[in-house]
Design a protein around this ligand. Structure first.
Ligand code: ATP
Ligand code: MG
Length: 568
C-alpha cells in the first residue's frame, strides 16, 4: 500500500476525549474515528488489524470444530419474553419497534436466537455435540461508554454456543473452547490470564474470563501462583479468619466527631488506622433498607451483595433521605450499635475488638466497641472485595491483585435457555432430553485496544506481529529528488509485496522526520530506510519497532531477515 493513496491522517495532538493510551493512540494513528457516543468507524488501517484478529479467531474456532453461521442483529421481542430477559436486561437493551408496532431489540448477545435455531434444527442425539459461532456486531446501551472501542456501545463479538445431551458433554465442549481461547490469545501474542468469573446477566453455573493484563484494565483480578488460583475480584471468595477475637480492653464511649463524613476523615481526626473502624452502608433491601457493615478499609462487593436474597438486585445504595429516616443520622455517622435495621456483617468484622463506628447521630462516633458486650455476636457473610494479602479460598496461598481487560468469557449455561424455550432432542431410547448449553464470547474490537494497552511506548503503538496492519514500512529519504532512491524503493516495494508481505510504502513528499514519527506511531514491526548514502554502500537501514537502534544491512541480508521473521 502506498501511503499517499491510503487516505490516512495521523494526528500529532492527543485528542481531549481520550483518557487511556490505547484510545489516544487509536485516534492518533487513524485506526478509528468517533461518530457519536460509543459508536466508532473502523478506518482502513484499523480494519486491517481487526481482520487479523478475526482471522485468528475464525481459524481456531474452525479447528475446534465449531461451525460458523450468521444470525440477524435485530431480534424479535417474543424470543426475549420467552426467557424473561425482555424485562431483566433493562436499559442495556436497545429496543425498537417496526412499522407494524412489533417490538425488537438490537442483539446484545444471541442466546435466544441460537436456542430458537436449536429448537428447529436439532432433533436427535445423532446431531450432537454441535457448536455454532458467528462474528457479528452487537449493541449494548452501556451506561458509561468510554475508552474508545474498549467499552463502546456498538462492538464486534465472536459468540459461540454449544449444544450437548448432558452436563458431561457440556464439560467437554466447554474445555474445547477453553483450549481454543488459550490458543487464540497465545497466537495473538498477548499476555493474558484465565480467571473464575461471575455469570452476570447471561446466567448459568460455571464461567471463566480471559483477561489481557494491563494496568488500565477495568477489572481487578485476584491470583495466587502458589495456589494456582485466579479469579475476577467480583467472585473471589473471602474466608472467616482463623483464630479468636482479642478480648475487649477499652471502655465503650461516645465521642464528638464534627465534620467527619468518611472513614478517612475519622482516621485523620483520631489518628487511628482504618482497620480499627467499621463502616456502615445502607442499601435497598427486598423489604426496606438494610445495613451492611464492613471493616473501614474494605470495599463492598456488588456481585456478592446482589446474591444475598434480602438485598435488592441490582445493588442500589439508599439515598440520603432514606438513610436519615431509617437511622436519624447523616451517612457519615452510621454504625451498628442501636441501629434498628436488619444488619449484614462481613466476615472480616467478626475478629474486631475495641473498634470505632458511627453513633447514628450526625457528628458522633463510638469508640471501644466490642461484640458480646456492646453488640450481639454477629453472624457474618462474604460480602467484600478481597485485597492483596488475603488468603486464597483454598487457604494454602496468598492473593495478589492485578488489573485486566476482559477479552473473552466462557460460560456453562446448562439448561436455562433450552428449558425456557423448549429445546429438546430425542435420546437413544426415544425420550426427549433438554439440551445442555454453553456460550463463549470474544470481544473482537476490544482485543485491538487491549493489545495496544499492552504494547506501546512514548512514540506510539508496537504491534504484536500477528496483529500488525502491515509487516514492513518502507521509508525512502528524499525520494522526490533522487531517482536512485525512487527506483530502489519501488523495486523493493514490488519485491516485498511479491513475497507476500504487507508493505506500507511511505511515498509521501514530506520531511523524513514526519515519516519517522508516523512509522513509530503506527507501530509496524519492521522498518527499512532507503537513502542515497545507504544505496551507495548497497545498504538499507533496518530497525525492528522494539529495537533501540537501527542497523545497516546489505539488501540481501535485509530481505532474508524479513523473510525469516515474517514466516507464520
Ligand atoms: P463487561 O464486563 O466488560 O461489560 P460483559 O461481561 O458484559 O463485559 P460478555 O457478555 O461476557 O461481556 O461479552 C463477551 C465479550 O464481549 C466480553 O468478554 C468483552 O470482550 C466483549 N464486550 C462486552 N461488552 C463490550 C463493550 N461494551 N465494548 C466492547 N467489547 C465488549
Ligand atoms: Mg463477561
Amino acid at each position: 500500500m502506498r501511503f499517499s493513496e491510503f487516505g490516512l491522517t495521523t494526528l500529532k495532538e492527543v485528542p481531549a476525549e481520550a483518557e487511556i493510551v490505547s484510545h489516544k493512540l487509536m485516534l492518533r494513528a487513524g485506526l478509528i474515528r468517533r461518530l457519536a457516543s460509543g459508536l466508532f468507524t473502523w478506518m482502513p488501517l484499523g480494519l486491517r488489524v481487526l481482520r487479523k484478529v478475526e482471522a485468528v479467531v475464525r481459524e481456531e474456532m474452525n479447528r475446534a470444530g465449531a461451525l460458523e453461521l450468521l444470525m440477524p442483529a435485530v431480534q424479535p421481542a417474543e424470543l426475549w419474553q420467552k426467557t424473561g430477559r425482555w424485562e431483566q436486561y433493562g436499559p442495556l437493551l436497545l429496543r425498537m419497534s417496526d412499522r407494524h408496532d412489533r417490538d425488537y431489540c438490537f442483539g446484545p448477545t444471541h442466546e435466544e436466537v441460537i436456542t430458537d435455531i436449536a429448537c428447529r434444527e436439532l432433533r436427535s442425539y445423532k446431531q450432537l455435540p454441535v457448536n455454532f459461532y458467528q462474528i457479528q456486531t452487537k449493541f449494548r446501551d452501556e451506561i458509561r461508554p468510554r475508552f474508545g472501542v474498549m467499552r463502546s456501545r456498538e462492538f464486534i463479538m465472536k459468540d459461540a454456543y454449544s449444544f450437548d445431551m448432558d452436563e458431561d458433554g457440556l464439560e467437554v465442549s466447554y474445555q474445547k473452547m477453553h483450549a481454543a481461547y488459550t490458543a487464540i490469545f497465545e497466537r495473538l501474542g498477548l499476555k493474558f490470564r484465565v480467571v473464575w468469573a461471575d455469570s452476570g446477566e447471561i446466567g448459568g453455573n460455571k464461567s471463566q474470563e480471559f483477561h489481557v493484563l494491563a494496568d488500565s484494565g477495568e477489572d481487578a483480578i485476584a491470583y495466587s501462583e502458589e495456589d494456582n488460583y485466579a479469579s475476577n475480584i467480583e467472585t473471589a471468595a473471602t474466608r472467616l479468619a482463623d483464630g479468636a477475637r482479642p478480648e475487649a480492653s477499652q471502655p465503650f464511649e461516645k465521642i464528638p466527631t464534627p465534620g467527619v463524613r468518611s472513614i478517612e476523615d475519622l482516621c485523620g481526626l483520631l489518628d487511628i488506622a482504618a482497620e480499627q473502624t467499621v463502616k456502615t452502608l445502607i442499601v435497598e433491601g427486598t423489604d426496606g433498607p438494610i445495613a451492611i457493615v464492613l471493616r473501614g478499609d474494605h470495599e463492598l462487593n456488588a456481585v456478592k451483595a446482589q446474591k444475598i436474597s434480602a438485598i435488592a438486585s441490582p445493588l442500589t445504595m439508599a439515598d440520603s433521605a432514606t438513610i436519615q429516616k431509617a437511622t436519624g443520622s447523616e451517612p457519615g455517622s452510621l454504625g451498628p450499635v442501636g441501629l434498628e435495621l436488619p444488619i449484614i456483617y462481613d466476615h472480616a468484622v467478626a475478629n474486631l475488638a475495641d473498634f470505632y463506628c458511627g453513633a447514628n447521630e450526625t457528628g458522633h462516633h463510638y469508640a471501644g466497641v466490642n461484640f458480646d458486650r456492646d453488640l450481639p455476636q454477629p453472624e457474618t457473610v462474604d460480602i467484600r472485595n478481597v485485597v492483596a494479602g488475603d488468603p486464597t479460598p483454598g487457604g494454602t496461598g496468598t492473593l495478589s491483585i492485578a488489573r485486566g481487560i476482559e477479552v473473552g468469557h466462557i460460560f456453562q449455561l446448562g439448561t436455562k435457555y433450552s428449558e425456557a424455550m423448549g429445546a429438546t432432542v430425542q435420546d437413544r431410547d426415544g425420550n426427549d432430553r433438554v439440551l445442555s448449553m454453553g456460550c463463549y464470547g470474544i470481544g473482537i474490537t476490544r482485543i485491538v485496544a487491549a493489545a495496544i494497552e499492552q504494547n506501546h511506548d512514548d512514540d506510539g503503538i508496537i504491534w504484536p506481529e500477528p496483529l500488525a496492519p502491515f509487516d514492513v514500512v518502507l521509508v525512502p529519504i528524499n525520494m522526490h529528488r533522487s531517482d536512485t532512491v525512487r527506483e530502489a524503493a519501488e523495486a523493493l516495494y514490488d519485491e516485498l509485496q511479491g513475497q507476500g508481505l504487507g508493505v506500507l510504502f511511505d511515498d509521501r513528499d514530506v520531511r523524513p522526520g514526519v515519516k519517522f514519527a508516523d512509522a513509530e506511531l503506527l507501530g509496524i514491526p519492521h522498518r527499512l530506510v532507503i537513502s542515497e548514502r545507504g544505496l551507495a554502500a548497497n545498504e538499507l537501514e533496518y530497525r525492528h519497532r522494539r529495537d533501540e537502534d537501527s542497523r545497516d544491512l546489505n539488501r540481501e541480508a535485509a530481505l532474508n531477515l524479513l523473510k525469516e521473521s515474517t514466516i507464520r
